[in-house]
Design a protein around this ligand. Structure first.
Ligand code: MF3
Ligand code: CO
Length: 248
């Protein structure tokens, strides 16, 4: 494992792609609605990122065919935008990356479409809280798996489960760099995070059980039990005294 520490110059260059991710997620959140297809949401993402002078990092990544991963209800992650129509009551995660200045930014939000069930609303809220619990007290020197420990505590104490098959990650000139950042783990273990590394923490939390399977398209991951999952992600710098979140 090789965690890449960034210089202040590199960190300055990373602000722009991450600000574009932040603004794009906000833009999408203000427009996503029942009746749209996931493909139409992906077009919003593509157009926004291009208009910002950036590239959608996901498009063509390992053959991925779209600019965003759009995952509805039982789809946990890597939902390929298609003709699926978003309906009132759905929860829809939109995960996207932008590339500019030689660096990537990465973020994800799960949106509630109109009136959603109490369970889904709670799942979306707790998943977001899991991110903030996960980074609570985080600073240079924190053991890596403290993040997952905190995420898991919060998810399970709310009756939910943590997806195991996907993790957060370092980010920089590559979309995925070391370390892998699981959303479960044992407190006090793992590498100590160095000052000025940049990582993405992205809890994926299931209302039911954590087992997933991948559809024949090779990407779409769904819960085996068919219950909903939510996803929330930010990119941040690990500083001496805390974190500096780039996508909020
Ligand atoms: N944005 C995702 C992440 O959080 C990666 C998407 S995989 C891709 O790591 F193929 F869509 F790019
Ligand atoms: Co990510």
């Amino acid at each position: 494992m090789d965690i890449i520490v960034k210089t202040e110059e590199e960190l300055a260059l990373m602000r722009e792609p991450n600000a574009i991710v932040r603004d794009c997620l906000k833009f999408v959140g203000e427009r996503i609605a029942a009746g749209m297809t996931t493909k139409e949401v992906d077009a919003l993402v593509y157009d926004f990122i291009k208009a910002s002078g950036a590239e959608p990092s996901c498009l063509g990544y390992c053959g991925y065919p779209a600019s965003a991963c759009i995952s509805v209800n039982e789809v946990v992650v890597h939902g390929i935008p298609d003709d699926r129509v978003i309906r009132e009551g759905d929860i829809v995660s939109v995960d996207l990356c932008a590339y500019k200045n030689g660096f990537h930014g990465d973020g994800c939000r799960t949106f509630c479409i109109g009136q959603v069930s109490d369970e889904r609303r709670k799942l979306v809220r707790v998943t977001e809280e899991c991110f903030f619990k996960g980074i609570e007290g985080l600073k240079a020197g924190t053991p890596l798996y403290d993040i997952g420990y905190r995420v898991q505590q919060h998810a399970e104490s709310n009756g939910f489960s943590v997806i195991r098959a996907y993790t957060g990650h370092g980010i920089g000139r590559d979309m995925h760099e070391d370390p892998s950042v699981p959303n479960f783990g044992r407190k006090g273990t793992g590498v100590r995070l160095p000052e000025n590394c940049v990582i993405c923490v992205e809890p994926m939390i299931a209302a039911g059980k954590w087992k997933v399977r991948i559809l024949d398209d090779g990407w779409t991951a769904i819960t085996c039990d068919g219950k909903s999952a939510a996803h929330y992600e930010n990119t941040f710098i690990v500083r001496k005294d805390g974190v500096e979140i780039l996508t909020l």
